[in-house]
Design a binder for this molecule. Structure first.
Ligand SMILES: [Zn+2]
Length: 338
C-alpha cells in the first residue's frame, strides 16, 4: 500500500510499504475512512523537531475495523471506530482518573496517513459507533480523533463554563476547535487572537464574539480593555511559542485558568512571576479518549460540525501538497482521501 513517509524536513511523500499486521494480541487493524495532516506534523516537517530517518506519519484516524488481535473484546471487524492519537489501556489509575494521555502504557499513534493502520491497545483506545455513519459525517468524526479533542481539552482545562469569558490564542485548526468547544460549553464571550481574515471568518462561524489582531503587549492590552481591565476567566493557548504563552498568561485574570495544548517549543517561565500571577495552568497531550464518546455523539446528532475546519482535501498520493499548503498557511487543515 502507499503510505506517508517523512524522509527529511520538507521531504514528505507516499511510498510503497508493507500493509500493517497484528503484532500484539491487543492490536487492531483498521481501514481508514479518511486521514488528515495535523499542525504538529509541521514541527518535524519544518525541521523544528529532529528527523532521524524515515518516519511513518499520521495519528488522526477513523475507519472500519478489519481485524483484531486475540485479546481484543470491545471492537470487532466491520465496526466503524474512532481512536485517540494517544493510545491507552483505559484501565490504569491515570486512565481511570480521566488522563488517558498519561496512561501507564501510553504510546502515540503513527502511520495513519495511509489506507490501513495498526492501532495498539485497541480495547482502551477505540470507540465504536452503533451503526455505520453516513459519509458526510466522516470529516467531523475524524476531527474528534485529535484536533477537536485537543481544542475541547484546552477549553475544559481552562475551566470554560456557562457565562465565561474565554480567550483563544492561536487561529490554527486547534484554536478554531477551541472556539467551537468554548461555545458548546456555554462561554458568553469568546475572543480569538487572529490576524488572518479567512481564519477570523471561520472563528466567527464557530462562535467567536470578538477578534483581536494585535499581538504581544498590544494584544494583551486590548483584551484587558475588552474585559473591563480584568482579564479573561479562561484562556486557551493553542500555539506553543514563548510569545503565545506569555500572551495567554498575561491576559488571564488572577484566579483564572489556562489550558495549554500547543506543544511548547522553547517556552520558559519565571517561577516568581508565575507565583505572583495566581493562575492555574493545565496542559499537555489531550486525554481525547475521555471525551470521545460525548464528542462523537455531538457529531452524530449533528449538534456540531467540526469537519468544517478542513478547507483542503487532497488524495493521499498528493500528500506533499497537503503539507506545503498547511506549512505556507494556504490551508487551515488538510483532509487526505485514502
Ligand atoms: Zn492507562
Amino acid at each position: 500500500m502507499l503510505a506517508t513517509i517523512l524522509h527529511a524536513p520538507g521531504e514528505v511523500r507516499c511510498d510503497e510499504v508493507a500493509e500493517p499486521t497484528i503484532l500484539k494480541p491487543t492490536d487492531a487493524i483498521i481501514r481508514l475512512s479518511a486521514s488528515c495532516i495535523c499542525g504538529s506534523d509541521l514541527w518535524p516537517y519544518r525541521g523544528l523537531n529532529e528527523v532521524n530517518g524515515p518516519r511513518a506519519m499520521g495519528h488522526e484516524y477513523c475507519g472500519i475495523v478489519e481485524e483484531v488481535g486475540s485479546a481484543v473484546t470491545t471492537v470487532r471487524p466491520g465496526q466503524f471506530v474512532v481512536g485517540s492519537f494517544c493510545l491507552s489501556d483505559n484501565t490504569c489509575p491515570h486512565c481511570r482518573f480521566g488522563f488517558q494521555s498519561s496512561c501507564e502504557q501510553r504510546e502515540f499513534m503513527t502511520g495513519a496517513q495511509a489506507p490501513l493502520a495498526r492501532v495498539p491497545l485497541a480495547d482502551g483506545t477505540l470507540v465504536a459507533t452503533a451503526a455505520l455513519p453516513s459519509d458526510d459525517l466522516i470529516p467531523s468524526l475524524l476531527a474528534t480523533s485529535d484536533v477537536l479533542g485537543t481544542g475541547w481539552f484546552a477549553a475544559d482545562a481552562a475551566g470554560v463554563q456557562e457565562g465565561s469569558t474565554a480567550v483563544v490564542v492561536g487561529d490554527g485548526a486547534v484554536g478554531l476547535m477551541g472556539v467551537l468547544s468554548a461555545k458548546q460549553m456555554g462561554a458568553e464571550r469568546i475572543i480569538i487572537m487572529s490576524r488572518h481574515k479567512t481564519r477570523q471568518d471561520v472563528a466567527l462561524e464557530f462562535g467567536a464574539t470578538d477578534i483581536v489582531s494585535e499581538r504581544g503587549e498590544d494584544g494583551v492590552a486590548l483584551i484587558k480593555k475588552l474585559t473591563g481591565g480584568v482579564g479573561a476567566d479562561s484562556v486557551l493557548e493553542c500555539v506553543g511559542t514563548q510569545e503565545s504563552m506569555m500572551q495567554a498568561l498575561n491576559c488571564t485574570r488572577p484566579g483564572g485558568k489556562i489550558g495549554f495544548v500547543g506543544v511548547p517549543h522553547g517556552v520558559q517561565f519565571d517561577g516568581r512571576d508565575l507565583f505572583l500571577q495566581q493562575k492555574s495552568l493545565l496542559g499537555g497531550p489531550a486525554p481525547v479518549r475521555r471525551y470521545l464518546p460525548y464528542l462523537m455523539d455531538l457529531v452524530l446528532d449533528r449538534t456540531i460540525n467540526p469537519g468544517k475546519v478542513f478547507d483542503l482535501e487532497v488524495p493521499l498520493a498528493d500528500v506533499a501538497e497537503g503539507y506545503s499548503a498547511m506549512d505556507e498557511r494556504r490551508a487551515i487543515k488538510t483532509l487526505l482521501r485514502v
